[in-house]
Each structure stands twice: as C-alpha cells, then as structure tokens.
Design a protein around this ligand. Structure first.
Ligand SMILES: Nc1ncnc2c1ncn2[C@@H]1O[C@H](COP(=O)(O)OP(=O)(O)O)[C@@H](O)[C@H]1O
Ligand SMILES: [Mg+2]
Length: 345
C-alpha cells in the first residue's frame, strides 16, 4: 500500500482578529502519498497559503494557530510539536518555496552562500564542503556557470534565476516533502514552464512528494496527481487529476475550469468569471459557503452545509446536487457543457 507522507485531518486554522477568532480553514482533511504531487487550487483568499503555513507551523509566526484537528508527517503529529522540534524538520525534511523569490533571498549575501548556510545548519558540513555542494545544487537546478553565479548577489540574477536559487535552497537538504506556494506566479510564462519542468524532474530524481499551491488550473493540470479544490476555507472537491478535469463536479470547480483560456469553445467570447466575490472568512453564509455565487443553488444549499458525496472511487464533492445520485452517478452541474474528456487547458 502506498505510504502516506502527510495526513491533514479535520484541520481548522485561524487568526485572532481584535478579540474574535476567525477561521481561515474549516475542518479540512486530505492526504498526500509518498512520491505524489497534490495541488491545492482555489481563488485568492481560499485558505491555500494558510494551509501550507499550518503544515509548516509557520502560522504561529503569522499571528495564527491551529485550532482543531491534526497534521501528521510520516505518521508523526506535527500540529503539537514545539517550535524547537519544528526547526529540525523545517528546511530539512519539509521545505517550502514561496511566490516571490526576491523576498525569500537575502539581498546582502551571495546566492551560493545562502544555499551553503542551510547545509551548514542542518547537515553540519564544513564551509568548503557546503560551498561545493551549493555549486552542485545550482548546476542541478539548471543555472549556467554555477561557479560564477554562486558568487553573485540576488540583484545580479533574473527573477527566473532567483527562483531557481530558491529551489536549490529548498532542495539543499533533500527534503521528503516540498511545499511550493504559487512558485511561478511572479514569473513570465516561458520561465514559468521551465520552473514547472524543473520541479517535475527534481521530484523524480529526488523521490520527493510535493504540495503545489496554485490559483491556476493550467498549472494544476500539468503538475498534479491529485487535486484539492478549496473555497473560503473549505474543501469543495477532491480527486485525481484525471477525475477533476474529466468530470469536474462541484459548480465551483466547473467555474474555475471555465475561467481558464482554452476551456470549451469560447470563440472570441470574453473569458468566463465566477460572479461575485469570495466571502470574508468571518462572514461566511449559512449552508454551503459557495451558494450565493452558485447558479445551481437550491433551498437546501442556503440552509445546510453539504458533506462530501462520493462520486467515484477517487473523487468526492461537497455539493447537494449529488445527494440524490447517492454518489454513483456523475452528473456535471454544468450539464452537457462538460462531457467526459472534453476539458482542455
Ligand atoms: N495573518 C493573518 N491575519 C488574519 N487573517 C489572515 C492572515 N493571513 C491570512 N488571513 C486570512 O485567511 C484567509 C485565507 O488566506 P490565504 O490562505 O492567504 O488565501 P490564499 O492563499 O488561498 O489566497 C483570507 O481571508 C485572509 O484574509
Ligand atoms: Mg496564497
């Protein structure tokens, strides 16, 4: 049986705002199997970054906390570890890449030095060994003339090169799990494709598992084995990449897919947008959190929050549309608009 590297179980994370606790994730559960890539998708403000900060326990430093549930890494509970214990795991067994490479790098140190630092800290390498390993890592992430580049400062490198350096830092200690939060959003399209290719290749070579956070369904299509769709702090749909793209079932997922270029034949029409805005986390509607924006909303959706309905062996959606189907028949909420296999990105 496949081994679970990460298990997130009924996890609620939130922040103290004035005197209120506001929940940014609401009892979310998902697993990641070793060697797989899980993409968490959803509009901005869905709770994707909070989820990754909770796994890393960096949320403690952002003024937040894990309020309920637990997070296990290789069977070990992370959610109750001390920060001292977490420091041994972070950057070593679990590494993270953020959206903006420039804010992850220190402008006053040479990039090679910044990679070497992590090796000295976690792997007790000498200065010389660490610098040699840093140059090797720069080569591995596809940076030409790595010996020269290692002695340059972040401002001397392009955005794409800086993100490669950030990836090299993340990979320095050969983490078992890499969390990448919108790692290509700040980069132009060509560089984005190169970085995604690089991550795929490194995952294969290094036997890594990846959580990739993205608002871009195109990125998810390319990277994911599994997809978790989040909206306003809750999980709306989950399944294998194949199920999600062939049979998107939650109206929110369908909306996300329709808003990408190339979906259906939108000949010259304006790109679809889901009407309305994501609610503030302390002003969630009753019932299904998506119902005010849902074109399929029924009475029950306004009153009662749906649980998950199983749509296939590897596919579930939190949507009342599937109640009467008992989960075994997959009817796309967008009706005939989405026939199996028609979704292209
Ligand atoms: N430090 C914070 N304090 C209070 N609320 C926060 C903080 N960070 C994030 N949030 C709130 O949590 C919700 C989810 O945010 P986030 O996880 O960043 O969304 P995403 O990454 O999906 O765009 C948002 O409503 C956001 O305003
Ligand atoms: Mg985010």
């Amino acid at each position: 049986m496949a081994r679970k590297i990460l298990e997130v179980n009924q996890m609620t994370a939130g922040f103290l705002v004035n005197t209120d606790i506001v929940k940014a994730t609401d009892r979310i559960s998902f697993d990641l199997e070793k060697g797989q890539t899980l993409c968490i998708v959803g509009e901005s403000g869905s709770g994707k970054s909070v989820t990754s900060l909770a796994v890393m326990r960096l949320i403690d430093y952002a003024g937040g906390m894990i309020l309920e549930g637990d997070i296990k890494f290789n069977g070990e509970v992370l959610s109750t570890k001390s920060q001292e214990e977490m420091r041994k795991i972070r950057g070593n067994r679990i590494a993270m890449i953020f959206q903006d490479p420039m804010s992850s790098l220190n402008p006053v140190f040479m990039v090679g030095e910044q990679i070497a630092e992590s090796l000295r800290l976690h792997q007790n390498k000498s200065d010389k060994e660490a610098m040699k390993a840093a140059v090797d890592l720069l080569r591995q992430v596809g940076i030409p003339s790595p010996e020269v580049r290692a002695r340059q400062y972040p401002h001397e490198l392009s955005g794409g090169m800086c993100q490669r350096v950030v990836i090299a830092i993340a990979l320095a200690c050969q983490p078992e799990l890499l969390i990448a939060d919108e790692p290509t959003t700040a980069l132009d399209v060509t560089v984005q494709a190169q970085i995604l290719d690089l991550l795929q290749q490194l995952k294969k070579n290094n036997d890594m598992s990846i959580i990739m956070i993205t608002h871009d369904m195109g990125v998810a299509a390319e990277m994911a084995d599994r997809i978790v769709v989040m909206y306003a702090g809750g999980i709306m749909e989950e399944g294998s990449v194949h199920e999600i793209f062939a049979k998107p079932s939650h109206p929110y997922t369908v909306g996300l897919l329709k808003s990408i270029p190339g979906f259906e034949d939108s000949h010259g029409e304006e790109l679809y947008t889901i009407k309305g805005n994501i609610p503030r986390i302390n002003e969630l509607p009753t019932g299904c959190r998506f119902h005010p924006r849902c074109t399929h909303a029924m009475d029950i959706c306004r009153k009662q929050e749906p649980g998950f309905f199983q749509l296939g062996q590897d596919h579930k959606a939190a949507c009342w549309l599937y109640e009467e189907h008992g989960g075994d028949s997959i009817v796309s909420p967008a009706g005939a608009a989405i026939a199996h296999g028609e979704v292209r990105v």
